[in-house]
Design a binder for this molecule. Structure first.
Ligand SMILES: Nc1ncnc2c1ncn2[C@@H]1O[C@H](COP(=O)(O)OP(=O)(O)OP(=O)(O)O)[C@@H](O)[C@H]1O
Ligand SMILES: [Mg+2]
Length: 407
């Protein structure tokens, strides 16, 4: 080692080296000397700060001393701080891991439990009465993570309130309702209002079959009569005629009047529940430019719902979701990917990015990464090809930053 190299001097191990505690505490202090390439070393015992050895040595000598001190059990303050940090990180990590283990056990137990044996199912802190297993009950996604954001909504379901979930695309609105229904055995019907559902599909229509004119119920009366949960997706794109029909049904126990069928009244089954999701309604109206064609839902209409803002999951929650969905991922990898998504969302909130970063996109990207083993190649079809060239460039730089510095 060349002691005259100034770069090496910058890295010289200055600081305090100690062993023992209280009166038995012994220390060596290393400070730069006023003489070039030399170090001052001082020795003392106890806490009174008294120095019994004070001398100057060169770097080679200092290195020999450091080795000797390490053998004798002296530890530098920097090392102690590192160890404390590692212990702290270790305990945070094991607490998180413990929670994950419990949740995984719970999910497994829930799957193994014969469903019909309990009259209720517990979701978060709430007991939800069970429905009847039927072909429309969604499949349980064992990787699904119930977070506190859903507790009030489950209570609203128990109380038969109309629930609207608003939030950016892929923040988990639809899947939340589906996963509650999957666990509690309720059938789910969905109607998407973004150009696909006509009033006929929604309410019903007359048609001719085998020479006979028959009435076909739309998705709303089917759900009401049979006690399914109806999720109206992208309600902020619905035609006014559909909103008008809905308004009547929105009252608790609100009935549906089928004018086309000579004013037949459809009574809601006790299990019937009505949900809506929207990207740009209410508190999300500021983002209407991102969801072109979305209508402003008026306040009188919104007041008939409990409206919940569904934000993206937190960094920790999303890391957990990635690990549960793709068990082949390691925790540091999942954490890095979730941090990239969080950074992109922050850039979106600052309007540096025009597109947001959904949980759906994140999972898809991670899945593709596990297939290709290549971060960039996976980002092509999962991210870059879906956004503008400017956005792709910024997202690429966010990814590079994390992939290089978190590794
Ligand atoms: N809590 C969660 N646990 C596990 N996975 C989740 C969770 N939340 C969201 N996801 C994942 O994110 C995906 C997208 O969620 P979802 O389809 O519910 O979003 P959305 O808000 O309805 O989006 P859009 O507005 O585009 O309809 C889901 O398929 C699921 O894989
Ligand atoms: Mg949805």
């Amino acid at each position: 080692m060349n002691a005259s190299d100034p770069a090496l001097q910058d890295e010289a191990p200055l600081g305090l080296y100690t062993r023992g505690a209280g009166q038995a505490r012994e220390w060596w202090r290393v400070t730069p000397s006023e003489r070039a390439h030399m170090y001052r070393i001082e020795h003392g015992q106890g806490d009174d700060g008294e120095v019994d050895i004070d001398t100057e040595i060169d770097l080679d000598n200092l290195e020999a001393k450091l080795l000797k001190w390490r053998r004798e059990g002296f530890v530098s303050e920097a090392q102690r701080a590192d160890e404390a940090r590692a212990t702290q990180a270790g305990s945070t990590f094991s607490a998180a891991l413990q929670r994950a283990v419990e949740m995984a056990r719970e999910a497994k137990a829930a799957q193994a439990r014969p469903k019909t044996h309990t009259p209720t199912v517990r979701i978060g802190p709430i007991d939800l009465p069970r429905g009847e297993p039927n072909a429309l009950v969604p499949r349980v996604n064992a990787a699904y993570l119930f977070t506190g954001r859903g507790d009030d909504i489950v209570q609203d379901i128990v109380e038969n309130r109309r629930v609207m979930l608003i939030g950016h695309t892929g923040s988990g609105k639809t899947s939340f309702i589906e996963q509650v229904a999957a666990r509690a055995d309720y059938g789910v019907l969905r109607a998407n209002m973004n150009g696909q559902t006509t009033i006929g599909d929604f309410v019903g229509f007359w048609t001719v079959k085998g020479g006979e004119t028959i009435w076909v119920d739309g998705v709303l009366p089917v759900a009401m009569r049979e006690g399914h949960w109806l999720v109206i997706d992208e309600l902020d794109f619905a035609e006014p005629s559909i909103l008008a029909v809905l308004t009547a049904v929105l009252e608790p126990n609100g009935r549906l009047l089928l004018k086309e069928r000579g004013n037949e009244i459809v009574e809601p089954h006790p299990s019937f529940r009505l949900f809506a999701t929207a990207n740009a309604a209410g508190a999300m109206s500021a983002y209407r430019h991102l969801y072109q064609g979305a209508n402003l839902l008026n306040e009188a209409f919104l007041d008939r719902w409990r409206v919940y803002l569904f934000d993206y999951l937190s960094l920790e929650e999303e890391t957990e979701v990635l690990l549960r969905t793709l068990p082949a991922l390691t925790r540091p990898l999942a954490h890095t990917l979730a941090a990239i998504a969080a950074d992109c969302r922050a850039a979106f909130a600052r309007e540096d990015l025009a597109s947001t970063f959904s949980t759906r996109r994140l999972i898809d990207w991670a899945e593709l990464m596990l297939r290709t083993g290549d971060v960039e190649r996976a980002a092509g079809p999962a991210i870059y090809a879906k956004v503008s060239a400017d956005d792709a460039a910024l997202i690429r730089s966010v990814i590079r930053h994390h992939v290089i510095f978190d590794a």
